[in-house]
Design a protein around this ligand. Structure first.
Ligand SMILES: Nc1ncnc2c1ncn2[C@@H]1O[C@H](COP(=O)(O)OP(=O)(O)OP(=O)(O)O)[C@@H](O)[C@H]1O
Ligand SMILES: [Mg+2]
Length: 343
């Protein structure tokens, strides 16, 4: 059944949420976070950018809540409040009171989780909700020929999940979503420092170390070192330790291997004629965390297939969704295809 084109697209990410308004483009790109009163979690103080600004600058009376974990809703009320704020901010004073929304979800998301997303978006003010799976949107946003009778492969390495998919003829042929992404890399750095230096560092420090120092393949000849300030668990004092690029590489190896395993899983289940296309056109990386240094080289070396990184990897999914709501015939084509495989 054809439906009317959505007015807005929402890429509901574990780390960042983006909203695209038809005819306008991306109007919201803010962290997926909410700040509430510690005493009364229903009393929301700030959302998105404002919430991130408050974190660390306020006293114990406020708590930050991350509405999503590993790609799925972890706190329903916080998700609803956040989405209501973003939707209102996005449509502003326009005549739209209850927009139709296209919303991104990980591949093969279970029925219960899908229902939760739909309900949260509805309660946040959208009158109709339709879904698109993240890697399909990311493939469109990367400019891949998803409607052609050829196979294209996209691997969306987000904050919470990595969604790998083969797309062809407007649909997903084989796909897998694993709960590994940028946040698991941050956590791996936190765990590494705890175990090897008895040092406790926060998530922000770990994220900075990941972006500045960590690489998926060891960077030869590099003797880069970061001075990390954290809480020394032995002396119970704030101290500095040196953290080298080699140690950062060690720390992120496990999540990188998990991403590689999922890419391989999908490739092993790809029909041979489509595999031949992928061997030629390569694997396309999207998502903020695909910017981990040398992740492209790491995957290419292990699989012997060219790997290309999108120009604006963090925007690929929302740009693909925007393209779909601006081109309704394509949206219809996508909405009527797609077979998802996952163990
Ligand atoms: N230069 C960089 N190097 C490594 N990681 C990066 C870099 N820039 C951003 N990231 C990571 O990208 C992640 C956020 O990516 P993105 O915005 O695609 O996630 P998301 O869409 O919110 O999550 P998901 O789609 O998994 O629900 C964060 O973990 C962030 O630390
Ligand atoms: Mg994402």
């Amino acid at each position: 059944m054809p439906f009317r084109a959505p007015d807005i697209a929402i890429d509901l990410g574990t780390v960042n949420t983006m909203v695209y308004v038809r005819g306008k483009g991306i109007v919201i790109n803010e962290p997926t976070v909410v700040v509430v009163e510690a005493r009364d979690r229903r009393s929301v103080r700030a959302v998105g950018d404002e919430a991130r600004y408050l974190i660390g600058r306020t006293k114990d009376t406020l708590r930050s809540v991350r509405p999503l974990k590993d790609g799925i809703i972890a706190d329903f009320d916080a998700t609803e409040v956040m989405l209501r704020y973003f939707i209102r901010k996005a449509i502003g004073a326009s005549h739209l009171s209850r927009p139709r929304a296209l919303v991104s979800i990980p591949v093969a998301m279970d029925e219960v989780s899908r229902k939760a997303v739909k309900e949260a978006v509805n309660m946040a003010g959208a009158k109709e909700v339709i879904f698109v799976e993240k890697p399909l949107a990311a493939a469109i946003g990367s400019g891949l020929p998803v409607y052609d009778p050829v196979g294209s492969m996209v691997v969306d390495v987000g904050g919470g999940t990595t969604d790998s998919a083969i797309v062809s003829l407007g649909g997903i042929v084989v796909a897998q979503s694993v709960k590994v992404g940028g946040e698991k890399m941050d956590q791996a750095i936190i765990n590494y420092l705890k175990k090897n230096s008895s040092m406790l560092v926060g998530e922000r420090t770990a994220e900075e170390l990941k972006k500045d120092l960590a690489a998926a393949t060891p960077v030869t000849g590099s003797n880069t070192v970061a001075h990390v300030r954290g809480f020394d668990l032995l002396s119970a004092r704030v101290m500095d330790v040196e953290f080298t690029a080699a140690q950062a590489h060690d720390a992120v190896t496990e999540p990188c291997m998990a991403i590689l395993a999922s890419v391989r899983w999908v490739l092993e289940r790809t029909p041979p004629e489509l595999s031949a296309d992928i061997m030629r056109s390569g694997i396309h990386l999207t998502g903020g965390a695909c910017q981990l240094l040398a992740l492209d080289k790491f995957i290419a070396t292990h699989l012997g297939i060219p790997v290309l990184t999108a120009k604006e990897p963090g925007d690929a999914t929302i740009m693909g969704m925007g393209y779909l709501i601006e081109n309704q015939d394509l949206l219809n084509a996508v909405a009527h295809s797609g077979v998802n495989l996952q163990p």
